[in-house]
Design a protein around this ligand. Structure first.
Ligand code: PMV
Length: 325
């Protein structure tokens, strides 16, 4: 077989990966923990063909040179490692807006890595898939796994990979994803990782990050949602404090982002348990329990800043899907 299709879910970082100790190997400054999101997915078909003389990459129906180059770089890496000569035709599609801070590179490179390896009939462990995906995208290193995932920072390429710490059916959490804008974000994670150390708050973050990771694991273990939500929301604000105080300063939020953040805090005052987190974009993840999901969705959809809502729950690792061509 030389053709394969995989569908992979994006994730939401509960504790963020921010800063790269080694930008080439993509070794992170700190470990991170995320929840894989069923509902925000990328589907990718890879076919190695003998009748083409270069790779052909189509994402969401078009070929953007920057995205294509990144995909080909990943293909090259794999071809070199496994001594493959053939070129590939690749088609990929997302069911959520890409480049808006919803980790489309995570689901994208996780689906791509699984599909390439399967199309080549090369069987490697989940750990090795995670290491391979990490070389293309930090977030993808987590998106090769399912459920609640920990990416251990690691001290070398072989020790920097992700593992499921609790499976998808361990705890039924919901993510009400609020889209305030479908346009591309103006804060690039790649640039932001580079400038992380310029923030005076970065060393402070680094000092307590391991304690925070342990605290999140305890909340997950005890299925203690208030404890988890408090940490996750405070972590998002701390992370954005680093962005805001980096050189140059990175302001990811739109006015609508702030409206939603404040509204989520108001919901809690009305005893509706919900907590927000945000990556480098302006769209917001609102975490809640199944009990409050409907109410949270209905309240948020009626806010002037909400353009669209995507509902997500805890997802599985990438799975085989129908070919796109
Ligand atoms: O994978 P990257 O380079 O897009 O970095 C993503 C970083 C955050 O989304 C801000 C945090 C995270 O851990 O997902």
């Amino acid at each position: 077989m030389n053709k394969s299709t995989f569908r992979a879910s994006s994730d939401v970082a509960l504790i963020k990966y921010w800063g790269k100790r080694d930008p080439i190997l993509r070794l992170p400054e700190n470990g991170s923990i995320s929840m894989i999101l069923q509902g925000l997915e990328t589907t990718t078909t890879v076919e190695f063909q003998t009748d083409i003389s270069q790779d052909i990459v189509t994402i969401q129906g078009s070929s953007n040179p920057i995205e294509t180059a990144r995909v080909i770089q990943h293909l090259e890496r794999i071809r070199k490692r496994f001594r493959i000569a053939a070129y590939a035709r690749i088609q990929s599609t997302n069911n959520f807006p890409k480049g808006t801070g919803l980790s489309s590179s995570g689901s994208g490179f996780a689906a791509l890595t699984y599909a390439i390896m399967d199309a080549l009939c090369i069987d490697i462990s989940e750990k090795d898939l995670s290491i391979l995906a990490r070389l293309a995208s930090g977030t993808a290193c987590r998106c090769v796994c399912g459920g609640f995932v920990e990416w251990k920072g690691g001290s070398s390429s072989d020790t920097s990979y992700s593992e499921t710490i609790f499976p998808a059916d361990y705890w039924d959490l919901r993510d009400v994803v609020v889209i305030v804008n479908e346009g591309m974000k103006n804060v690039s994670s790649t640039q932001g990782h580079k400038s992380a150390r310029t923030s005076p708050f970065f060393p402070i973050r680094q000092k307590h990050i391991n304690a925070k990771l342990e605290a999140v694991k305890r909340c997950l273990k005890n299925r203690d949602f208030s404890c988890l939500g408090e940490i996750v929301e405070a972590e998002a604000l701390e992370f954005h404090s680093v962005l805001l105080t980096s050189q140059p300063p990175l302001i990811a939020w739109h006015p609508g982002t702030i409206e939603i953040m404040q509204y989520v805090q108001e919901l809690r005052q009305q005893n509706i348990e919900a907590y927000f987190t945000i990556n480098t974009g302006f769209n917001i993840h609102v975490l809640t329990l199944p009990l409050y999901e409907k109410e949270v969705r209905e309240r948020l959809i009626n806010l002037p800043s909400t353009k669209k809502i995507i509902m997500a729950k805890v997802g599985e690792k990438p799975w085989k899907a129908q070919h796109l061509f």
